[in-house]
Design a protein around this ligand. Structure first.
Ligand code: CMC
Length: 431
C-alpha cells in the first residue's frame, strides 16, 4: 500500500485526530484507524465488516458495482474461457501465470499427492453413513494435522508449501470419499492419468466392478466450476481461515475452520439450499407465492441463490455459470428438466420485480452451479463439498500471504459492551 495525500480527521470532544489514508492499486482507499483507540479512546463499530478492510492482499479484486472479479489481475471470464483449474491454482498461489514447464512441474507435484494416508480410510469409518459430507469433511480435513506431521511448522516456508500442495491435491479425494461413504460404495482411489477435474468425477462415479469413462465436456464443466469458486477476496470463510491462522494454528486446522464456515446457507451452503428451494417450488405456477414470501418482512424465507454482499450489479461468475448450465444440460439432453424451467422463470420474474431490482438482488454463482451439479448426477449434499474443494486454493493462498506478511498480528476484534456493569455476587439462597 502507499500513502495518499488525503487525511481523514475525526473530532472527538474537541480533540482532533488525523488519520492517514492509504491507496491500493485499485479500489477504494482505506482510512488507517490503528491509532484511533490509543489517541481517542474509542473503537470503530462495524458488525459484518461492511466498511472494514481487515488486511492488505494482492490476490483477488472485486468491483461489486462493475460486476468485475480479477484473480491476480486477470478477469474471471478470460480465465474461465482459456485457463484450467490447476493453472488458476498456480496463479493464485504464486502470483503469475506459469510457463509450460512450471505448469507441468506443478501438475506433477499436485498429482503425486492425490492419495490420502491409508489409515484415513479407517478414520472415515467412524462417521455415521448418513452424515452430511460437509460434516465428514470438517472432521477429516481437521484430522489431516494428525496424519501429516511433516507439514505443520508454519514458520518453515517449505512445510507451508508442502501443506498447500497436499490440500489442493487431497481435498477432491476426501470429498469423493465422503460421498462414497455416504452412499455405501467402496472408496475409489485417484487415477493419476486423469486430469484434476476428471479424476474427481472418476472418484465420485466409478465403481470397482465397471469401467467408467469420464465425459470430456462434463470434466470441462467441472473444471470451470472449480475455477469460478477458486477465490473470492475476504469472504466469510476466507476471513475465518485468516483469523484461525493468525493465532499460529496449523494450516489443516485453518482450512477445516474455513470449511465449517462455508457450510452456512448464507455462504457456500446456498447452492444446496437453492436447489432444494427450486424443488420445493416444483412448478412454474407456484413461483409468485415464493416471490411474495421473499418480499414479506415477517417471513424469514429468502430466495436462495439471489443477492450478494459485494456484487450490486451482477455476479460475473453467475454469467459464466449460466452458459455452462445451458451447455451441460444441452449435452445431456435435459434442457426441459422441470427444475430448470422453474429456475429460468424465477430468474426472469425476479429480474423484473421492483423489490429485487431496487435492492440489486441478482442471481449469484450458487443459483446456476446447483443445476449443473444435479445434471451431472451429484446429490444436493455434495454441492457445498465441491465448493469447498474448489475454494481450498483460495484459502491456502490467502493463508500463505498472511503468514508471510511482516505486519501480521493475531486477529482480535473488540466490542461495544451492552451487558450488565459491575455487580456483586449474590449467594444462591439469597436470590
Ligand atoms: N431474497 C430476498 N430478499 C433479500 C435477499 C434474498 N435472497 N437477499 C437480500 N435480501 C434483502 C434483505 O431482506 C434486505 O432487505 P431490507 O433492506 O429491506 O432489510 C436487503 O435485501 C439487503 O440484504 P442484507 O441481508 O442486508 O444483505 P447482505 O449483504 O448482508 O447479505 C447475502 C448478502 C448473500 C447473505 C444475502 O443476499 C442472502 O442471504 N442471499 C441468499 C443466500 C445466498 O444465495 N448466498 C450465496 C452468496 S454467493 C456465494 C458465496 O459467496 O458464498
Amino acid at each position: 500500500m502507499s500513502a495518499s495525500k488525503r487525511t481523514a480527521t475525526i473530532t472527538l470532544d474537541g480533540k482532533t485526530i488525523d488519520l492517514p489514508v492509504h491507496h491500493g492499486t485499485t479500489g477504494p482507499d482505506v482510512v488507517d484507524i490503528r491509532k484511533l483507540y490509543a489517541e481517542g479512546d474509542v473503537f470503530t463499530f462495524d458488525p459484518g465488516f461492511t466498511s472494514t478492510a481487515a488486511c492488505e492482499s494482492g490476490i483477488t479484486y472485486i468491483d461489486g458495482d462493475a460486476g468485475e472479479l480479477l484473480y491476480r489481475g486477470y478477469p474471471i471470464e478470460q480465465l474461465a474461457e482459456q485457463s484450467s483449474h490447476l493453472e488458476v491454482c498456480y496463479l493464485l498461489l504464486y502470483g503469475e501465470l506459469p510457463t509450460p514447464a512450471q505448469l507441468a512441474d506443478f501438475e506433477g507435484r499436485v498429482t503425486r499427492h492425490t492419495m490420502v494416508h491409508e489409515q484415513m480410510h479407517y478414520f472415515f469409518r467412524g462417521f455415521r453413513r448418513d452424515s452430511h459430507p460437509m460434516a465428514t469433511m470438517v472432521g477429516v480435513v481437521g484430522a489431516m494435522s494428525a496424519f501429516y506431521h511433516d507439514s505443520l511448522d508454519i514458520n518453515d516456508p517449505w512445510q507451508r508449501e508442502v501443506a498447500a500442495i497436499r490440500m489442493i491435491a487431497k481435498l477432491p479425494t476426501i470429498a469423493a470419499m465422503a460421498y462414497k461413504y455416504s452412499i455405501g460404495q467402496p472408496f475409489v482411489y485417484p487415477k493419476n492419468s486423469l486430469d484434476y477435474a476428471s479424476n474427481f468425477l472418476h472418484m465420485c462415479f466409478a465403481v470397482p466392478c465397471e469401467e467408467y469413462v469420464v465425459k470430456p465436456a462434463l470434466a470441462k464443466a467441472m473444471d470451470r466450476i472449480m475455477m469460478l469458486h477458486a477465490d473470492h477476496e475476504q469472504n466469510a470463510s476466507t476471513s475465518t481461515v485468516r483469523l484461525a491462522g493468525s493465532s499460529g494454528a496449523n494450516p489443516f486446522a485453518c482450512i477445516a475452520a474455513g470449511i465449517a464456515c462455508l457450510w452456512g446457507p448464507a455462504h457456500g451452503g446456498a447452492n444446496q439450499a437453492c436447489l432444494e428451494m427450486l424443488r420445493e417450488i416444483g412448478t412454474v405456477d407456484r413461483i409468485p407465492e415464493f416471490i411474495r414470501r421473499a418480499k414479506d418482512k415477517n417471513d424469514s424465507f429468502r430466495l436462495m441463490g439471489f443477492g450478494h454482499r459485494v456484487y450490486k450489479n451482477f455476479d460475473p461468475r453467475a454469467k459464466v455459470m449460466k452458459e455452462s448450465a445451458d451447455e451441460v444440460l444441452g449435452l445431456l439432453g435435459i434442457e426441459n428438466n422441470e427444475t430448470l424451467k422453474v429456475a429460468k422463470e424465477l430468474e426472469r420474474i425476479a429480474l423484473e420485480d421492483e423489490y429485487f431490482v431496487s435492492k440489486k438482488l441478482y442471481p449469484n454463482v450458487d443459483f446456476y452451479s446447483g443445476i449443473i451439479l444435479e445434471a451431472m448426477g451429484f446429490p444436493t449434499s455434495m454441492f457445498t463439498p465441491i465448493f469447498a474443494l474448489s475454494r481450498t486454493v483460495g484459502w491456502i493462498s490467502q493463508w500463505k500471504e498472511m503468514i508471510a506478511d511482516p505486519a501480521q498480528k493475531i486477529g482480535r476484534p473488540r466490542q461495544l459492551y451492552v451487558g450488565p456493569t459491575r455487580r456483586d455476587y449474590i449467594a444462591i439462597g439469597a436470590r
